[in-house]
Design a protein around this ligand. Structure first.
Ligand code: BGC
Length: 440
């Protein structure tokens, strides 16, 4: 059996990613805290509650954990509704709290990356029509200016908006995120406003901090035609264009061009210093004339695919290679800003991590510019409309006691971060079933 190590580049960022609403707890003034009060919105009636109690200070022990596990970076988000609890009020204490967290990361020799909008927003904004109201662009810019001014001594990697494509789709097409609409026209308007808001944020951040590096975190989903039929190929391509491409391309070209909506947004051109890719899985796509609401398609996982615990993710590491090759055309370095799997028993995760990182190593070896990898996520957290039913953490969480339970994957990922590579010995120990594939 061959023995060896696939090394990553020097200075590679290794971390995990989190989001405010999912880990902080005690958020009472945002769209998700209201959403979880409504019957039937969250699976099993789940509520974020204390979450991982980061607002109560448990970020310290989790950052200790991450540091002890050789992570040298962490991606977190800040909560708009805490920093701006009312349109005319800033909460300096909330900013102090985030400042302390970023200092905490630096003290642990971890590079922070800060997301400014990760699915949740203030209730007062929702009352004004949220992202459908163009005023949001101005309001978001003011929030970005305030927050970045306060936090820039400790951070230089910024993601203005996490997964605008998922947000627009889940909140305005599927209706599973607040405000729960099913209105394609509204979704496209929201996406356009997010392009405008990103562009403004980009310029404000650079005005405040010329050395800043700003990028989006786009959710890249692979769409493969289910058959060779031209209609299936058309359907897969249309999905790709709408979901993966529309937002990202607008930040490159300054043209927002999706379905029937076309707008010149020159201020958005060239507003990425890096491209963040959130990659989880691939879909197969079949044309379906009976599903206009689903853009005339049916999406599914191929038969025999290795599925995650709740069936939400099919193990498809090759899709990460496609994502990187696609992202390359935008001409900026890339960072994998999320990648992970729901797996409370840690059955699939070691293999998932190893095969995705091996795929990533391959493209790095082909000279694709990748600067880092953030695993989703550090500790089990509140998974949006799926509540507490999914377990994406390297550590599990006992919600009664707030105890963290280390999964084997936490050790595996620590070995990878520590050696800056994937060794055959890790594969043998944590996922021997892929030894032949990774070390033929
Ligand atoms: C989101 C995360 C989420 C993860 C797993 C991503 O699309 O950015 O907030 O927890 O998927 O569901």
């Amino acid at each position: 059996m061959p023995i060896g190590t696939y090394y990553f580049t020097k200075g590679f960022l290794w971390g995990t990613a989190t989001a405010a609403q999912q880990v902080e707890g005690r958020n009472f003034n945002n769209t998700w805290s209201a959403w979880e009060q409504e019957d039937g919105r969250i699976l099993e009636g789940g509520k974020a509650g204390l979450a991982c109690d980061w607002w109560g200070g448990r970020w310290r022990e989790d950052f200790d954990r991450a540091q002890a596990a050789s992570q040298n970076a962490h991606r977190l988000s800040i909560e708009w509704s805490r920093i701006q609890p009312a349109p005319d009020r800033w909460d300096e204490e909330a900013l102090d709290h985030y400042r302390e967290m970023l200092i905490g990361l630096r003290e642990r020799k971890m590079t922070p990356m800060v997301t400014l909008h990760h699915f949740s927003e203030p209730l007062w904004l929702a009352e004004m029509g949220g992202w459908e109201n163009e005023a949001v662009c101005e309001l978001f810019t003011a929030f970005v200016r305030k927050s970045v001014s306060a936090l820039m001594p400790y951070c230089r990697l910024w993601v203005p908006i996490n997964e605008p494509n998922v947000f627009a789709f889940n909140a305005y097409v599927e209706g599973v995120f607040p405000p729960g609409k099913q209105d394609v026209k509204a979704a496209l308007l929201v996406l356009q406003h997010m392009v405008q808001a990103h562009a403004r944020a980009y310029h404000v951040i650079h005005e405040l901090q010329p050395e800043a590096r700003v990028g989006t975190a786009i959710h890249y989903r692979g769409f493969q035609p289910a058959t060779w039929l031209p209609v299936d190929r058309w359907a897969a391509k249309a999905h790709h264009k709408l979901f993966n491409e529309s937002f990202t391309r607008a930040l490159h070209d300054g043209v927002f061009d999706v379905v029937y909506k076309k707008a010149a947004l020159p201020e958005a051109a060239g507003t990425q210093d890096f491209l963040g890719l959130n990659y989880y899985t691939n879909d197969h796509v079949r044309f379906n004339p009976l599903a206009p609401g689903a853009f005339f398609t049916r999406r599914f996982f191929p038969e025999g695919a290795l599925l995650s615990e709740t069936g939400m993710i099919a193990h498809a590491p090759g899709g990460l290679i496609d994502a990187v090759k696609w992202g390359y055309r935008f001409g900026v370095p890339m960072i994998i800003t999320e990648n992970g799997v729901d797996d409370g028993e840690d059955d699939l995760r070691p293999q998932y991590i190893l095969e995705h990182l091996h795929a990533l190593w391959q493209v790095i070896n082909d000279n694709y510019p990748i600067e880092g990898y953030f695993h989703w996520t550090l500790v089990d957290n509140f998974e949006w409309e799926r509540g507490w039913t999914q377990h994406f953490g390297l550590w599990g969480l006992d919600r009664e006691t707030q105890a963290r339970l280390r999964r084997p994957s936490a050790e595996l990922y620590a070995e990878i971060c520590r050696t800056n590579g994937i060794s055959s010995s890790f594969v043998e120990k944590y996922a021997p079933q892929v030894m032949q594939t990774l070390f033929p």
